[in-house]
Design a protein around this ligand. Sequence first.
Ligand code: IMP
Length: 200
Amino acid sequence: MKRRIVFATGNTDKLREIREILGETDWTVLSIKDAGIRIDVEENGSTYEENALIKARAAAALAQADDIVLADDSGLEIDYLNREPGIYSARYLGEDTSYRIKNQNLIDRLQGVPDEKRTARFVCAIAAVLPGGKELTCRGVIEGRIGYEERGSGGFGYDPIFQVPELGKSTAELNEEEKNAVSHRGKALRAMREKLKEVL
Ligand code: IMP
C-alpha cells in the first residue's frame, strides 16, 4: 500500500507545490482536511522550525499511526528592518490586512534606502513527525532584495516586492515551475524529500 504523507496546511498553493515536488516518489500526499483532521494551534514558537514542529505535532496526534506528517512555516526577513516581519509575516499589520497594503507599507519603510541595503530573504522550515515519533526539520532560503514598487501578478503574499537579482524579476513574475526551482519552500521540500528517503 502507498505511504500516506499528511501535510498540515489548508493552503492550496502550498499543497500544489508539495504534490509537485513529492510527486515523483510513491507517497500519496493528503491535506489534513483530506485526512479528516482539524487543528487549531497557537504558533508561539520563536523560530520557523519551532512553529513548523508545533503544527506537525498537533496534526500527528490526530493522524493514523503509520502516517508521515509534515508542516511548514515561512516568512520574509528584511535586513534593514532588523529581519522584520520574520516569523510574524502572516500577522504583519494584521492577518486580514491585504498584501497590497502590507507591501506598500514595507516599501514606504524603505524609502530612500539604497539597493545594497535592501537585502532580504524568504525562509521556509519544514518539519516532519514520523510514525514512532521521530522528528526531522529542514530549512530552505532564497536571497533577494526589496523592490521599489510591486511587480508581477503570480505567487502570493510578499512576492510582488521580492526581487531576485540573478533573474532580474520579482518572485511574482515567475511561473510556478520557475518559482519552485529557486524558492525557499521548494528547497526545503526537496531537502525533506531526500531526508525522508534516507530514513523510511
Ligand atoms: P505561514 O503560512 O505561517 O508559513 O505564513 C508565512 C507568511 O510568510 C505568508 O503568509 C506570507 O506572508 C509570507 N510568505 C511565505 N512564503 C512566501 C512566498 O513564497 N511568497 C510570498 N510571501 C510568502
